[in-house]
Design a binder for this molecule. Sequence first.
Ligand SMILES: NC(=O)c1ccc[n+]([C@@H]2O[C@H](COP(=O)([O-])OP(=O)(O)OC[C@H]3O[C@@H](n4cnc5c(N)ncnc54)[C@H](O)[C@@H]3O)[C@@H](O)[C@H]2O)c1
Length: 441
Amino acid sequence: MILEKIENRTAHAGVIGLGYVGLPLMVAIASAGFRTTGIDICPQKIERLKQGISDVPDVPNTVLAPLITSGQIQVTTSFGVLEDLNTVNICVPTPLREDRTPDMQYIVAAAEQVAQYLHAEQLIVLESTTYPGTTEEFVLPILNTDKNKNAPIQRLEVGRDFYLAYSPERIEPGNSTYYVTNTAKIIGGVTPGCTKVAETFYAQFINKIHTVSSSRTAEMVKLLENTFRSVNIGLINEVALICDRMDLDVWEIIDAAATKPFGFMPFYPGPGTGGHCIPVDPHYLSWKAQKYQYHARFIELASEINNEMPKYVVEKISHALNLQRKALNGSKLLILGVAYKKDVSDTRESPALEVIRLILDKKAEFVYHDPYVSNLSLDNKTTYHSKTLTADLVQSADCVVILTDHGAIDYNWLVEHAQSVVDTRNATRLVQIGQEKIIKI
Ligand SMILES: NC(=O)c1ccc[n+]([C@@H]2O[C@H](COP(=O)([O-])OP(=O)(O)OC[C@H]3O[C@@H](n4cnc5c(N)ncnc54)[C@H](O)[C@@H]3O)[C@@H](O)[C@H]2O)c1
């Protein structure tokens, strides 16, 4: 039965959605000895993966390719393989619609495919970040529908015939200290039996498992974690705005406060939040809270402050140019870093996009350099290309704007050649010569 197959690692494991979350997960499962099949709707991605090429920096080709070559991992666009799978992890996107409500279309599509091939002794785990109740109130009814022409007359019962759980992914792209296998995993099943099967599965490849009482609880845990970050980033961004008015250095203040060994955790200001999680996930919670007649004020406020930061960055650029008797209109700006955070290539929801929109509105010219992002598409209209970082490029800019503090940049060299610098990340904190050229947020 399923527990036995999991424990002796003969279960055939599957992952649906092979992006930043699904790909590292698939590699972790396969590395524990499970025959693993990855399914993704993007044919180009599947072709690259078949050649052992990873799009996710946290999964190097040197790790992926041997697993593909040996057949330990197979990848496909075809969902028919679900018939043979004992375990299925769903890692599809959960974005927001334009009106900032949850866009559930990817979960629906994946769950409908699973429903077609659902069979006894199968474990289904949702990992996508979503609102409390999704697994039980939204995915389970899809699995229970009789779309499947081959469906048994007797419907499969959750917790008895098949198992359904929620386990939030805790991947932090670019973090080489904490990765899939050494980050504790939260698991909440729809029934206690579901929790047990899911726990047994994850225990094969993750060091520490923490089970909770239900899938709804597990969903809420993930939203607490991400809302905590969003709110604290919002708070420190607000403190940065206050410090600016008071002519205080917020970075010095945070460093000093961080010497307190208890009751304080440093968060840092910046040009705004980005990525698929922090600007998005808390809205899944506020949307659901509204169904309970509750208006989630902290979430909305943090989001408001974080979303205002690009405007503040543009004010700082304007100030830096003003000191040189220049206007934004017609000035040449060099944007350094367009990824949403240090040492990653992800530009989804990156605040750089909003900063660029705003400076273009003011008729400034810009080029960018990002060692991780060779092309940048703005609103699906214009594509920009990363320029090579040369002394000429830096010197020719009226202002260099550091939006992402990538580790590969030599900031001493940068400041030496720059006319002026707006630093939104305190990346230049160790620069010795030329501090007078730098304006920080
Ligand atoms: N990126 C992160 O740092 C992170 C961290 C924790 C949790 N999450 C959550 O994990 C989920 C996935 O995020 P991601 O960053 O991996 O997204 P992603 O866009 O990198 O990857 C999603 C993949 O799913 C595929 N896909 C979409 N619909 C599909 C379907 N119906 N069937 C099969 N494949 C499908 C896409 O082609 C893509 O390859 C989201 O809910 C996200 O909030 C992300």
